[in-house]
Ligand binder design. Sequence first.
Ligand code: SAH
Length: 370
Amino acid sequence: MKEILQDMSYDELQSLVLSLGEKKFRAAQLSAGLTQGKKISEISTLPGSLKEKLLERFEDAPVQIRERFTSADGTEKFLFSLSDGNLIEGVAMRYKYGVTQCVSTQVGCRMGCSFCASTLGGLVRNLTAGEILSQILTVNALLLAENAKKEGGMPAKNARAVTNIVLMGSGEPLDNYAATVRFLRNVTAPEGAGISARNISLSTCGLADRMYDLAQEGIPVNLTVSLHATDDEERRRIMPVARAWSIEQILKACENYFEKTGRRYYFEYTLIAGENSDDAHADALIGLLKGRPCHVNLIRLNKVSERALSPTEEKAAYRFLARLEKGGISATLRRQMGADIGGACGQLRAGYLSSAAAEKIAESGKNGAK
Ligand code: SAH
């Protein structure tokens, strides 16, 4: 694999351009082209000789959209291929205010949560900052081009289709800390995509030490913790990471995040039938979170075929929500978006890999028959 140009900050692009014997203003053109989601070879403002030099060292397009699925509710799921042939996935959700894109930070995951499809094959590798960024740049470019086509013009120069980002795709962002932080710096930089940290949410299964580190970075993203249980023993049953960090340690790290950044924090709570969603759990959650500057996002489990767990019934989910609210907790029950297209983490890649594997087996069977 060649190097990835989208890993670089604006300053690094400037040094690179100068080291290649070019004028400084080429860095601005290069950065603008990359931010518009272009391949290096497609950036028409750059001289051919510079592009040739760049292509000797860097991938022309580190992330490419391989497939696109559109749900009945407008949610879109993308399967991306990386330069080394690995596959990752992402989701774009359309809201009134714009498009929120969910990105992956790793190929696979090693956290081992019992309800999640991303972790089925373990961790394959970390993504680089540029591979995380390129998921957004490619989808943004595609959506902008489609919007412009509908309106019969060209995309405006600094227009943005993707307005919000959630790091909730495959992988644990804080387990790939350096690349994640580099990505956050580059995507918020005014010379690049310029997306405000306030419009970015980072979801973690609760790596408390890294949550302290993140609070010091000066990038006040919305911090979301996947809680999914109200005591450590129950949490350990579904989330192996609970063996490393207790709920108490996680809550302390959240408090620190609030003190350092002034941002309230969020919890994801996936409602799993028979596991974590009866009245006693709601009361325990109230006990843990009451009076804290936080918000709880409830979501009914997306059924993953490889997993035995089932979602809480819809009625019981609303009951859980009402009980939290009555207990003074700010909470929402999120719609399950894109359930018909494998909306849950890792489902698409898992499904794709198994059907690809099935095809391969069928293929080798055919060859064997020859
Ligand atoms: N590793 C990070 C981010 C990726 S997962 C984290 O754990 O937060 C994003 C969210 O989707 C997490 O809250 C995760 O617990 C949840 N999730 C995973 N599989 C799910 C499923 N099958 N149904 C509902 N939510 C799921």
